[in-house]
Design a protein around this ligand. Sequence first.
Ligand SMILES: [Fe+2]
Length: 272
Amino acid sequence: MLEDEFVDVFGKAMRGTRVSVEQLAKATGLPASQIAAWAKGSAVPSEDQARALAGPLHLDPGKFADAAAVRWHPAPIDLPDVRHHPQQPHPSNGYVFFLEGNRRAALVDPAGIPQNLLRILRDGAYNLQYILITHKHPDHCDATGDIASNFPQAQIVMHKADVFAIGDLASRATLIRDGEELPFGDEARIRLLHTPGHTDGSSSFVFRSTVFTGDTLFAGSVGGAFGDVSTYADILNSVRSRLFTLPDDTVMMPGHGPPSKIGWEKAHNPFF
Ligand SMILES: [Fe+2]
């Protein structure tokens, strides 16, 4: 299952473009009552209806029709050097990635029950070098204190616009500058991308040919635009200018839903 169903994509696009049901009805000639039912998720438009709606919402018509018909799902992806961890009780995704051989690890988004994360890290006897935080929402960072106190040598990395969310730990965080690289082990590097729009400090992390996108980009969708100063236009621009400029075979590991690839998102994500 994709993180966002048709109704979610439709709602995000309506809110983002500030187009009302009445305006959509006027622009497409479709009945307002029917559009309202699609916006509530109690019905789904046909191929032609979805294509008609896409124009005023600035969505791709063919990809939006595919979303309505549930025609696309990314093929499963399993990477040897990235481990997914669930973040119960949250529905979000966290990840640990590591350098084979020397047990050096980096954690993306410490959230949920801390014992679950600590078990993963201790099982591998990992030397945790970085705690990378994609953004300020609790389902992505509410276990930061527990992980940081168990791994005091680990460097916390977060954007300054969101860093208040980790309280006193903010003073020891490395603040993200867009495009900067951090050394990881002897040869690897982690590239930091500022991808605002979901939140003002939303960030993505590139390790080898994998990008961790937090709630900026999902398979077949984008995160909601909840920034204080950044907007829906910013989230789309972040994806276009920071994520879609990565090679097409880059694996995308999102904060919610299944992994995908940058090339697959270009081909199937209705927002682009
Ligand atoms: Fe979020």
